[in-house]
Design a protein around this ligand. Structure first.
Ligand code: CTP
Ligand code: MG
Length: 226
């Protein structure tokens, strides 16, 4: 089945403590976004890649793609104010007759293991969706007005990306969200809001999102060992 990756890379990385957007900082000799793109370029189940980035970075991203042989890029669009807007712009650049799957993946998750990515896409091709998520391992507590409560960790997941859905359902979910002014922190929230169900697929601890200074340090360590 056709599977298009949408990779939003238009953020500023305000929590990273870095002086530039994290996706363009070099780790182990190449830009963070290149690490992410290589995982998708080398994944047989991925047909093409659409990127969203800031207007001033579109040319640079094209240069990186040429330099590192990322030939699957079929479009680079200008991102929006929120991650959701960036993903929507990329989604809107596809023909409305598109019949495949969309795999939305944060540019800032550079270390998704290739076998996990491939297995998740095959799972989505069979089931219609795959929300990559990590099952909780630690004891989980919740602070409330009357003290600490314990959550049943068997039912708790940390959501990651990629989030893979059928194009038509995802597009419909985005359209409903914009019609009603709904903003979610990820695509699964939009799907849920539109009444669509989806399947969870076990992700990987290596697919952490480079977010704060500790994640930056962790990625620095892992990328220098590569
Ligand atoms: N993103 C995007 N467009 C935005 C905001 C975020 O394309 N308007 C992308 C980021 O580039 C990143 C992904 O969405 O690849 C996940 O977002 P996050 O980790 O929050 O990155 P930033 O928004 O850049 O970081 P911060 O929230 O710390 O500013
Ligand atoms: Mg952000």
């Amino acid at each position: 089945m056709m599977t298009t990756a949408i990779i939003p890379a238009a953020g500023t990385g305000s929590r990273s403590g870095l002086s530039q957007p994290k996706q363009f900082m070099k780790f182990g000799g190449r830009e963070l976004i290149v690490w992410t793109l290589e995982r998708f370029q080398n994944c047989d189940e991925i047909t093409d890649i659409v990127l969203a980035t800031s207007k001033e970075s579109i040319g640079f991203l094209g240069e990186l793609a040429d330099k590192y042989g990322i030939t699957k890029i079929s479009g680079i669009v200008e991102g929006g104010a929120q991650r959701q807007d960036s993903v929507y712009r990329a989604l809107s650049s596809l023909p409305s007759s598109y019949e495949g799957l969309i795999a939305v993946h944060d540019a800032a998750r550079p270390l998704i293991p290739p076998d996990v990515l491939s297995a998740g896409i095959r799972f989505a091709a069979e089931k219609g969706s795959a929300l990559f998520a990590l099952k909780a391992k630690d004891t989980l507590i919740q602070k409330g007005p009357s003290g600490i409560g314990y959550l049943n960790r068997d039912n708790v997941y940390q959501v990651q990306t990629p989030q893979i859905f059928r194009y038509k359902e995802l597009k419909d979910s985005f359209e409903l969200a914009y019609k009603t002014g709904f903003y979610g922190t990820d695509e699964s929230m939009l799907m849920q809001n539109a009444g669509y169900s989806f399947e969870i697929f076990e992700g990987s601890v290596f697919s952490f999102k480079v977010t704060g200074p500790d994640d930056v340090e962790l990625f620095r360590l892992l990328s220098s060992a590569d």
